[in-house]
Design a protein. Structure first.
Lengths: 240, 240
DNA sequence: CGGCGTTTTGATCGCTCTCAATTTTGGTGG
DNA sequence: CCACCAAAATTGAGAGCGATCAAAACGCCG
């Protein structure tokens, strides 16, 4: 409850209380950051690992033509680069999409804790695997789904992820992403995102209204978009 | 020389001879597999880690409509899922694109070796990071580049990767991918891939002829596609 | 209340898909 | 070595999805 990261890891693989406590001990004091702030910039030497505790962020690249492509959304409990610190410099940037609360973990301390607590390392590995699977799902969307399916699929993903961390209430999710941002994530223009959202709304599938996402007919939405949430919550193998 | 994986790891972070030897010791005897064979299928419980020693493979998903989306190409030295074995089942398939020679490593043995040789684990981590960066670059291409840039960018990536493992001779690369496969990777129809390749050929930028890729004007190609190879070969940080 | 960014809607353009047919290539068996 | 076959490459014509350009309405924050 007190920490979105702990909660998330726990959801992957139950952690002993003393392990949670050890992890909590090396997480820095949270700090608040405003919306639209770069947490890490392309070209930076990666420093400490950043954890999102509240709010949303996104990984993105700016192309020579000035267009932006978002390749991932980060929600509470997500980490900005578990092991990027072995690299010399970032190949993309990460910015907050909303005001956010973040904390940091020193890589050396996390590494030491991994050595002491293999279960923790396994939990982080799983998190990393889910991230990778999400990247692949993104590629599938961009390559083989039309605009209606793309928008719907992304909303399905965000909804399921939000649900898992307790951000969904009454079947509704606070949706801080503008249509511009959604377009930057899906390779669409904001104008077209708008038309797609209207279509989904008029067909009674889902709507974004007043900054709130409501999925009216999840069955129909899943059918339209081909959404299959298994890539987000695969179970751990029984034995090591 | 004897093993593409060792060679690749060595390129990332020089390994002591005895470490290489230990790794080599747990790699199974290579076996030959024909082209278009699934090495792993979606839904399978992941077993041992597979290493490509010769030939090309690809990760892919089949969508409900029957279309295929490829999300990665695997070349000699690449691994089919370093840590996927913590998951219950594969969320995608991997198939050979050419006749190939592969070997396997038992996860438990690799894990034990990681514990004994941190440098080896770091090398594998780096490999994993490059894979992730490649996925992100793929997303950027799909979202923000037109067909000409997409095809050119993919060829740049494959060329650089092939170069690094000694597959390029006289500025030429044996290119086993059909236009159908290229289309499945880039979200384009084979017909359009064909037209794009013709344009690139007529403009004297690059050509695929007789199963061989030749980059005639790499500067022009990089300019057209916005290719920046830093995501493929970032240097390790000096100190831990 | 003013201003700016976002959302919304309309009209038109163009890149890529679709459908279709032909040519070329590579592999196989006689 | 040649005939044959299937798969891949190539080219053409036309359609459609999403982009672009433009403008108006809305909402939020100072």
């Amino acid at each position: 409850m007190s920490n979105a990261l702990l909660e998330k890891l726990h959801g992957y693989a139950p952690l002993a209380p003393e392990v949670s406590a050890k992890l909590e001990a090396i997480i820095s004091k949270p700090r608040d950051v405003p919306a639209r702030l770069d947490l890490m910039s392309e070209g930076d030497a990666p420093g400490e690992m950043i954890v999102i505790l509240e709010g949303w962020a996104a990984r993105y690249n700016i192309l020579p033509e000035g267009t932006r492509q978002i390749s991932a959304f980060l929600m509470p409990g997500d980490c900005c680069d578990l092991h990027v610190s072995v690299l010399a410099e970032m190949d993309h940037s990460i910015a907050t999409m909303t005001p956010a609360r973040v904390a940091t973990i020193k890589r050396a301390e996390l590494g030491a804790l991994f050595d002491a607590e293999p279960a923790l390392m396994r939990a982080f590995w799983w998190m990393q695997l889910v991230n990778e699977a999400t990247l692949r799902a993104w590629i599938v969307s961009m390559g083989r789904r039309d605009s209606l399916q793309r928008v719907g699929h992304l909303m399905c993903e965000l909804f399921v992820r939000a649900e898992r961390i307790g951000l969904v209430a009454n079947g509704q999710l606070e949706m801080p992403l503008t249509q511009i941002v959604i377009g930057d994530a899906l390779g669409l223009t904001p104008v077209h995102v708008n038309r797609v959202l209207r279509r989904l709304r008029l067909e009674g599938v889902m709507k974004i209204e007043g900054g709130t996402l409501t999925i009216a007919d999840s069955g129909k939405l899943a059918r339209i978009t081909g959404f299959d949430d298994t890539y987000l919550h695969r179970r751990l193998q029984r034995a090591a």
